[in-house]
Write a protein that binds this ligand. Structure first.
Ligand code: PLP
Length: 335
């Protein structure tokens, strides 16, 4: 495959195929690999009108030993089932989810960036209500699709700190709402505040809890983590999307003998941290230096990257590329 592996960004590229399954009356079919990137969908599909749509994001890596590792796919399967229940869609069983991923990754193996380029194959599972309904009710038919897309290394040099903004007048997720699930509509709702932040010069935005605007929830598309005194701190809230990267980093922090705290974090606590960062599949961790709100600027650390954050990053990526022992059995090998 003649791709410029070292200069891949995070943008859509056509691959050989995606995989597609259909569920009718609660029964999933055998699925098929489909070459065309277009979907023939009913104009009254519930995904289009009423937002019955959920997605996931994970990656496959070509390792130092030549093997292909898929990072924690059962966790994404579990999370997609939680989203399916909350949006009243057919659930995809874990075995079907993982086997779909393995089939589509195998069929597109030549799109997995070579070891050493820093790239990976981004995997995007999608679940949608594909049957017609004109009234607001759940679809009788669902489509489960997995597409793949080669992506490049996010960091070309080292970890690069950014500044973030709390955009006044926008909340991400209400208590008892849908912030804890990966439902498509959450991301439509995030585009305007993200654009406000970008126009003001901030690549990411931070959300506070919708009820009091006192506690930190998470960044637009990534969780919030903080480090101080050999302690890893991350917010507890019902309206946060449970990040698998965060879950993995917490385990690694514990393995290193750090203390891990999951608790409400007040915005005014920001100044007391040594390091804060955003975390998610796309970049693992993004160090954040300043956080700007409507009436305050919080400056965290001196803008350099602490060795502890670097160590957490190096360990996750080392496990993903097969350079560090996978002692928790997180990687699913492609046979
Ligand atoms: C997907 C997502 C994350 C990151 O989750 P990972 O499993 O680590 O990729 C964090 N926050 C939001 C809002 C997300 O949509």
């Amino acid at each position: 495959m003649a791709l410029d592996w070292k200069n891949l960004g995070f943008q859509y590229l056509d691959t050989h195929c995606h995989i597609k399954y259909t569920s009718k009356d609660g029964q999933w079919d055998a699925g098929e690999l489909v070459d065309s990137p277009y979907l023939n969908i009913h104009i009254a599909a519930t995904a289009l009108h009423y937002g019955q749509a959920a997605f996931e994001g994970l990656k496959a890596f070509r390792g130092s030993d030549g093997q292909v590792r898929i990072f924690r796919p059962e966790k994404n399967a579990e999370r997609m089932r939680t989203t399916a229940r909350r949006t009243f869609m057919a659930e995809v069983p874990t075995e079907l989810f993982v086997s779909a991923i393995k089939k589509v990754v195998t069929a597109n193996e030549e799109f997995i960036p070579p070891y050493g380029t820093g790239g990976s194959l981004y995997i995007r599972p999608l679940l949608i209500g594909s049957g017609p309904k004109i009234g607001v009710e759940p679809s009788a038919e669902y489509s489960f699709i997995v597409l793949v897309n080669p992506v490049g290394a996010y960091y070309k040099g080292g970890l690069n700190p950014v500044n973030a903004m709390v955009v006044d007048g926008y909340d991400r997720a209400a208590p008892n709402g849908v912030g804890h699930v990966k439902v498509a509509g959450n991301y439509a709702a995030s585009l305007e505040p993200a654009s406000v932040a970008k126009q003001a010069g901030f690549p990411i935005n931070l959300y506070l809890d919708a009820k009091e605007h006192r506690f930190i929830d998470e960044f637009g598309t990534s969780n919030f983590i903080a480090l101080k005194d050999n302690t890893y701190v991350t917010p507890v809230s019902d309206s946060i999307l449970p990040s698998i990267t965060n879950m993995s980093l917490m385990q690694i922090a514990e393995d290193f003998g750090m203390k891990v705290e999951r608790r409400p974090i007040e915005i005014d606590e920001l100044n007391s941290f040594e390091q804060i960062a955003a975390c998610g599949t796309a970049v693992v961790v993004t160090p954040v230096h300043k956080i700007v709100t409507a009436n305050k600027i919080y400056e965290v650390g001196d803008g350099t990257v602490t060795s502890q954050l670097q160590q957490l990053f190096d360990t996750v990526t080392g496990i993903q590329y097969g350079e560090i022992e996978d002692r928790h059995n997180w990687c699913e090998l492609l046979d």
